[in-house]
Every structure is written in structure tokens, then in C-alpha cells.
Write a protein that binds this ligand. Sequence first.
Ligand code: ZN
Length: 411
Amino acid sequence: MPRTTEQVADALRICNDAGQSVVPQGGMTGLAGGAVPRTTDIALSLERMRGIEEIDAAAATISVWAGTTLQDIQQAALDAGFLFPLDLGARGSCQIGGNIATNAGGNAVIRYGMTRDLVLGLEVVLADGRVLDLLNKMIKNNCGYDLKQCFIGSEGTLGVITRAILKLAPQPGETTTLLCALPDYSSAVNLLRRVQRSAGTPQAYELMWQDFFRLGVSWLENPVAPMSDEHPLYVLFESAGPRELLEQTLEAAIEAGEVLDAIMASSHTQARALWKIREATGEFPLRLSPLNFDVSLPIGQIGEFAELCRQRLDQRWPGNHSVYFGHIGDSNLHLTVDCNSLPQPAPILEIEELVYTAVGELGGSVSAEHGIGLLKREFLHHSVSAEARLAMQQLKNSFDPKGILNPGKIL
Ligand code: ZN
């Protein structure tokens, strides 16, 4: 549990000389097993290296230590009149170093991009203890290879991130939350483009298939759906556009047959109640035996993929219960299979193979926002070619020739 960059460098130099493997750890909230050590590894926790170093209002940047929680960064940004737009459920315990190392996503990606898009500079310690000063506040900076990009999403396999300079955004002001029922998948894409043209890119755009919607409603304190639960799809979205403009956009969408029913939240309380349905995912571990997928496909193919997947799952395991939802504006679909609805012991590997094969067939990615870690390593080949995996291995060898950093993850 080092307190300074120098201590991280010392620890890594000693481990590298001894050939001792090291697993960097942040808040331990990752969903792909990237920070899980084996019995022979040393865990290097960044949690004592926390705090905000500086907010530069002119540059709209915040400089932080890697062990700072996401929520502390969000709060510091708010207090300074800005928004730090990265947001995910684990905000209170996840650490920014881990968010960067996994290139975390979340609900606001559609508007502000992935973690990668919010990082301007990094300080990184290499396996042999060398410190790379890649700290930078400038948007335009084309000085050769952009080395920091190698470490974003590398899940601790190429170096240990110790400090970061992040982009801040202006606060969006009042936002409006809407729930719309849709007749089919293509309407979800058409509605998104329509809203983008009129009111700008939404702050969030969360699609829920009927099965997910019904499940989310059934878990509400007062389990009454805010509109009929007979519709095929529902989208929950949040826009910073003027309400009048949103109303006009909705009217046009209803006229075009893209929207069957709609609710525009008239208060913060009503907006929170609508979000509660989408946030049913937080209760998955308590109420289901969930096998969660986080995949990515070109936005036009997501509807087709969901149908194909459901068809194959139903054919192989009749009566299985799976639900579909996702941040489709970012081409990201989540699906969860409840293992309680399957023969026991649940055929987890077989289900994973079925889903990832379908992802590969449609040209998708086996990880959208959670990373590869341990859990998806065996499936990487469905979306990364042999040549590209070899290039990844060569990059790994050049930064960490003894292979001490997080061995067995990703590759
Ligand atoms: Zn997600």
C-alpha cells in the first residue's frame, strides 16, 4: 500500500529484480476479474495514494492521484462549478486508477465518451520501476506516439497508473427524463437520431426489452408499471435540451410511428422513479443467479443480435430466463441469464460460448465496457484476430519483459 510514486517505483523495481508477480488493485469493483490475484502474486493497492492535486479552471482539468474514488472527483468538480462526467454504479468505491486501467464506461458515455476520452495525461510506473511522466493538460498535443493510450484499458498489465489529469465538462443544467414505449428496435435507433438532430445528444439513452422492463417493474416498492407493459421495447433517456423542443420532437416521433407511448417526468421524484426500473441491475446479485454479458455490436445490428441470442438460448435450454438491456447509443448491449432457470449445475461455459460465438458472427466485441481480465480471456479470439493478439503480446513484452505485471490477464 504505497503512499507515493517513488514507493510504487521502489516496490516494482524490487519485484522485477526478484521475478515476483504483482497485481495492481483499485477499488475492486471490476466485473472481469482484472484485479484478482493468485496465491503467488503480490497485490499492490493504490488506495493510500488519494486526493485531488489541482483543479485548473482555465484548462477545465482536474489532477488526481490514482486511488481517489470516482465520487470524490465528481464532488470536487461540482464544487468548482464543473461536471466530471464519468459515472457508474460503483462510484463510491471504485478508484480512478482502476477506471482508467479498465477504460470504464457507464451511462453517460453517449454524451461524453469512455474514460479514455476524458484522460489528458497520466503518470505511470513501468515494471522495472521507471516513472513515465505523461502528464498533460493540452487538448492538442501531437508529439509522436501517444503513450498514455497504451495504459488506458491495459488492466494493469503494462504499467501502474499513479496520477492522472482529466477533462472537466460544463454542468449541463436542468435535464429532462423521458420514458418511451417503442414498436421495434429500428424505432429506437431512429428516435435517437431524431432527438440528436433536434435537442442534441442525450445525457443517457437506455434501452430495455420488454422482459427487462417487466422484471424491473416487478421489483419496485410499488410494482405498478408507469405505462402498459405490453410494448416490445422501452427507452429511458435524459436530455439537456429545452422541454418544449423535446415535446415537439416526441410529437413528431409519435406521428411517425416510432413512439407508441411516452412519459415526460415532471419532477425530480418522478424522474428518479423512472430510473429505478433501469437500476434493477443493482439487485441482480441479490435476486437472481446472474450470468452477465457486456458486449458491443454496430448499433444497427443490436436488435438482430438480441433476437438471435434469445432464439438460440431458448432452443438449447427451453424455459431459461434471460433479459436484455443496454446503452445502445454507445453500441453496448447487456444481457443477463438467470442461472436459477437452468439445469444445475448451470452450463456456464456453454452459454458463454453460445453468446460470444453469436457476437463474433455479427462482427461485435466480447467486451464493451468491463474489460477482459480473467473472465473473458478465453473468448478474446472471437473479436480480436490472431495477428492483433500477437501485436498485443509484443507490446506487453516491450513494457514488461519479465512478465511480472498482472500475469494471466487479457492475454
Ligand atoms: Zn453498462
